[in-house]
Design a binder for this molecule. Sequence first.
Ligand code: AMP
Ligand code: ZN
Length: 494
Amino acid sequence: MALRLYNTLSAKVEEFRPIEDNQVRMYACGPTVYDYGHIGNFRTFVAVDVLRRFLRQSEFNVRHVMNITDVDDKIIRNAARDGVGVKQYTAKYEKAFLEDAAALNIEQPILARATDHIPEMAKFIAELARKGFAYRAEDGSYYFRIAKFPAYGKLSKKDFAGMEDGARVDVDEYDKDNARDFALWKAPKPGEASWETSIGPGRPGWHIECSVMSMEELGETFDLHAGGEDLIFPHHENEIAQSEALTGKPFAHFWFHARFLLVEGEKMSKSLGNFFTLRDLVLKGHKPSSIRFLLASVPYRNQLNFTFDGLKQAATSVDRLRNFRMRLATSQFPAGANPAMAELACESGERMKAGMEDDLNTAQAQAAIFDMVRAANAAMDSGQLKKEDAAPLLAALEKFDEIFAVLKDDDAPKMKAIYDWAKAEGREKDVSQELLDAIRAQQLSDADIETKIAEMEQARRARNFKLSDAIRAELAAAGILVEQTKEGVRWRRK
Ligand code: AMP
Ligand code: ZN
C-alpha cells in the first residue's frame, strides 16, 4: 500500500507520488507574525507536522519550507500603534511562534521571511508585467490581470467566467482595471514601511511572497502545498495564477488543506470569548502534550471541535501511554515469550500504518495503539506477558510516537518557560494554580524523586508509617503522584 491523500486541486483522494524518486518538496503557508498563535493556527501546523513525520516514516526525504509573513497591513498598523518598527514588532511574535511550535513538538521547517526576499518579488512582478499578466496602476501599485489567466478558479472551483464584473475578489482599496484583479505590489502610503526596488517603492502583497519563496526554495514545480482551508481562496488560487503565468508549468501537484477548527461548537472569535492562544491554555494549566494529542486526534479533513472535556481526555490518553511505556520498561516479567504479544505488536503497527496511509487517518492510528495498550495491560495483569514481549510492544509504541510525539515527559520545563513569559509580560493574574502545580513538579529531578521513593519504601518496610506518609505527602505537594502496583512503586508528574 502507499499513502493516499486528498488533493484539493483534483478534488479526489489520490496516491501520493513525488516528482523525483523519494524526495518530497513541500511548502506550507506559515504564520503572519502580528500576534500570538492561536489553537486554530496550531491545528493546521500540527496537521502539516503529522504529514511531514509520516512521509519521513514512509522513507521519503522531506524538504519542507514555510514562510513567515513579516509584513502586511495588520503588522504595519500594529507596529505604528505600538510606536515600534516593523522588524522589531514582528521579531517578538516570530520568536513566540517558534517557541510555541517547539512546545508542541512541531519540527521546524526551513524558514523563509518575506522581508528577506523583496528584490526577488520585485523581479517576479516585473517579469509578469513583461508577459502581460501584471500592470502598474497610476499610484505605482501592481495588479495581476485575472482575465489573462483563464485557468483562474481551478483550485477553488469558482466559476469566474460567470462572475459579474465588479464583484470583489480582493479587499485592497487601490485602483485597478478590473475589480477582480488582485494586488501584487502596493505603492507606499505615508508613514508605512516600504522598500525601494527595481519596480519602484512599495511593499509586496501577501500572495506574491509565497509564489516567490516556494519556487526559490523548491523549484518551479514541486510536490505539495499546504495550509488551512481558508487559504484555498483567494490566497492559493492567486499563488497558482502568479506562478503558472510566469513559468507556464504546473505549480504544486498536491494541495493539502486542513479543515477549520471550532471551539465548543462555534467559530473561534475574540468577541465570543472562545479564542485561545496556545499560551492561554498553558496558563490554565494544560500541558502542551495534551494539546498536541488533541489537535492530532481528528483527521485533518474532519472538523475538530475543541472542547475542554476533550482536552482533559487527551491528557488522560497521554498519561495512559506514558504509564504503559513505563510499566513495560520497568516491570519484571517471567522469562520467555508469548507469541500472541509479538503478533499484537505487529498487527497494531500495521493498523496504524494502514490508517495513516488512508489520507492520514490519525483517529484510526490512535485507536490501534489504545487497543494494543489495553490488550497488553490485560496480559501483564494476568502474567501472560513475558520478558521478550516487551521489546516489540515498545517498538510499536515508538513508531506511534514518531508521528504523535507525546511520550517524552517534558511538559514541565515548557510550562515553566510560559510562566516566566507571563511574569515578564505582567500577566501573573492569568497564571492558574494548575500551572503552578505542574511547574513545582519539575523542581525535583527524576533522581531526587527516585531517592525519595526509596526512602519512603525503606520507612514502610521498617513500619515507620509516619515517615513514609510524610515523604508521600512531600512528593504529592511537589506534584508527584506515587502509585503502589504489583510490580512495586510507580510515579509520575501530575
Ligand atoms: P495566519 O497566521 O492567520 O496567516 O494563519 C496561519 C495558518 O493557520 C494558516 O494556514 C491558516 O489557514 C490557519 N488557520 C487559521 N485559523 C484556523 C482555524 N480556526 N483552524 C485551522 N486552521 C486555521
Ligand atoms: Zn502562502
